[in-house]
Ligand binder design. Structure first.
Ligand SMILES: Cc1cc2nc3c(=O)[nH]c(=O)nc-3n(C[C@H](O)[C@H](O)[C@H](O)COP(=O)(O)OP(=O)(O)OC[C@H]3O[C@@H](n4cnc5c(N)ncnc54)[C@H](O)[C@@H]3O)c2cc1C
Length: 548
């Protein structure tokens, strides 16, 4: 049974201290993230405190029991590329009131989920500390969104993804109560008579009963955000049961995160970068394999289309850097010249070597450059952080630049985040190029080449039905290839609306069945962010693709 927005508001208002909005302008704003989808919510709420969320979840549970179709979707900065924070029911914005940095210690930070990463970074970097799993959207996204998506980025190659840094979470579960989740000894669960205790025991039984199946299901790539990470929940050897592993990357489908304790690390002060210009993609895989043993902190890439876009949006781009505008523009003369003369490399690789001293990072970079000698490549070595800035800017901002309007063309992230084992790149990439080559597409390729993780972003007119068909065909073909190479459909951007229909293909029916059971255990009434991770269809996705 449908319930209308006014009725929800009248039931919620007496229980809620935060703001409730349903003006056309607000609904329009919350109808989009950075994906190809548009879904207009019924109302948007801004909870003031834990009690507000608790009351909202209880109300939604009660309305569900009365037979109404209603749900709650948490939202942070809305930079998700797959439709994760979109919903036709209630969207709950966490950035307005849950945005405090609560404590920073020598090796940890306690924060609310609506804190922007850039604000946390400012606080910790002044103490020579870092939270290394930040995404390329580091200037735009929040830490809560990073946990919910299990985000990764340029330093993931060495430091892993967000799940490695989540020590504790406060979450509101389907009974409307707030719980602390953290690693616990299996034995501790027996005496816990709370809802969390019951949920934990059911999950523990399920992962124990299916231990072999789950061990095989773990994707054999360096990063994965697809499905629920059931394979990481129970460490049999140490007897440790850790639901933070399951919650991280669960996209708001199991409950609402209200507080996070992160582990943070000391930064390494010295770094050198090799900028490697490739004329074609032929040797990428071999070059990556040569570089990987040198203890890289990152190995990133962007292509010729990205350089063209950078030059096109240069004035907006350089605003992100500090300094005199003319001297900043001057730094991009080589790239502008490449675009004018057509002498652009097909792919630029950024290989970063960090260490405690400049001599040590220089030593690593020189050794790696020497190892690449046989390929006959043009390689530039940076001298300091300032030298590196330009390349990082192009790499990090490439997708964001494309999101500016380009006539009728719209960024279309749908094969935006697959991962394959990097050692397979020499044979995988030509096959991928063959598939993409069959379609007349403009697209950029950037990504974390050291992890075998690529972000391919086509530019398309999303009003054209032909393009919607291409989205479906290409998704199917590319994911079939990725899975044949033992890869993952998403390394860090998560399943959202765009990939949930492929989760079963990725893991097989049996493991997918365990994901469905996981959702049922945590959220038997389907209160939280429905249709993501499990039970999403292509029909729904296709029906909600929308241009500006
Ligand atoms: C230019 C650009 C570059 C990007 N580069 C990367 C990249 O390099 N790596 C990467 O991993 N991602 C990348 N992304 C995707 C995205 O920015 C990240 O995944 C980011 O961490 C999402 O954070 P957010 O605050 O925008 O979350 P949102 O988009 O608001 O939400 C993301 C998901 O988290 C859920 N959620 C939000 N808050 C909560 C909460 N409190 N409790 C439970 N669930 C919650 C939402 O329901 C949604 O499913 C990029 C996006 C853009 C636009």
């Amino acid at each position: 049974v449908q319930i209308n927005a006014s009725e929800i508001v009248s039931r919620l208002q007496p229980l809620f201290k935060g703001e409730i909005a349903k003006t056309a302008e607000v609904l329009e704003k919350y109808s989009r993230d950075a994906s190809i989808f548009k879904i207009i919510p019924q109302i948007v709420v801004f909870p003031k405190d834990v009690e507000d969320i608790s009351n909202l979840v209880k109300l939604v549970g009660a309305l569900k029991s009365e037979g109404y179709e209603i749900s709650v979707t948490p939202r942070a900065a809305g930079t998700d590329m797959g439709g994760g924070p979109l919903s036709a029911s209630i969207v709950m914005d966490m950035t307005r009131h849950f945005n405090r940095i609560l404590e920073i210690g020598a090796d940890f930070a306690i924060v609310e989920p609506g804190v922007y990463f850039r604000d946390l970074e400012k606080e910790i970097s002044s103490r020579r500390l870092m939270f290394p799993s930040y995404p390329a959207s580091r200037e735009l996204c929040t830490v809560g969104g990073m946990v919910a998506n299990n985000a990764g980025g340029e330093k993931t190659l060495l430091y892993g993804k967000t799940d490695r840094y989540v020590e504790e979470l406060h979450v509101i579960l389907a009974d409307g109560k707030e719980y602390l989740i953290r690693p616990r000894l299996g034995g501790e669960l027996h005496n816990d008579d709370s809802w969390l205790g019951a949920v934990s025991r059911e999950i523990l039984d399920m992962v124990r009963d299916n231990a072999d199946l789950l061990a095989k299901a773990r994707p054999q790539v360096s990063k994965n955000s697809s499905g629920y990470a059931l394979w990481d929940v129970f460490d049999k050897e140490r007897g440790v049961f850790d639901l933070t592993k399951l919650f991280t990357g669960s996209q708001g489908t199991l409950g609402v995160i209200t507080k996070i304790k992160f582990k943070i690390l000391k930064t390494k002060p010295a770094s050198r970068m090799l900028v490697i210009f490739l004329k074609n993609l032929k040797n990428v895989g071999d070059i990556v394999n040569v570089l990987r043993p040198f203890g890289l902190e990152s190995l990133e890439s962007y292509d010729d289309h990205t350089i063209k876009v950078a030059i096109k949006f240069l004035p907006q781009l350089v605003k992100r850097l500090k300094g005199n505008i003319f001297s900043l523009l001057w730094r991009f003369i080589p790239e502008a010249w490449m675009v004018i003369t057509g002498g652009m490399p097909k792919l630029v690789l950024l290989a970063e070597f960090t260490a405690e001293t400049d001599a040590a990072s220089l030593f690593k970079a020189k050794a790696a450059r020497e190892a690449l000698r046989g390929f006959g490549l043009r390689i530039k070595m940076t001298r300091n952080k300032k030298d590196e800035e330009k390349y990082w800017l192009i790499r990090r901002e490439s997708f964001n630049m494309l999101r500016q309007k380009l006539g009728v063309l719209h960024t279309a992230p749908f094969i935006d985040d697959f991962v394959v084992p990097p050692e397979t790149l020499p044979s995988f990439l030509p096959e991928l190029e063959r598939i993409l080559g069959r379609f007349d597409l403009i697209y950029t390729i950037a990504g974390h080449v050291g992890d075998g993780n690529f972000h391919i972003i086509p530019l398309m007119d999303l009003n054209d039905q032909k393009n919607k068909d291409i989205i479906k065909i290409l998704s199917e073909e590319v994911y079939r290839l990725v899975l044949a190479y033992g890869g993952s459909i998403t390394g860090e951007h998560n399943d959202g609306i765009v990939r949930t229909p492929y989760v079963r293909d990725m893991f097989g029916a049996e493991v997918y069945g365990l994901f469905v059971k996981t959702k049922q255990i945590f959220d038997p009434q389907n209160i939280f962010n429905p249709g993501k991770k499990v039970a999403g269809t292509w029909e729904y996705a296709l029906a909600h693709i929308s241009a500006f």
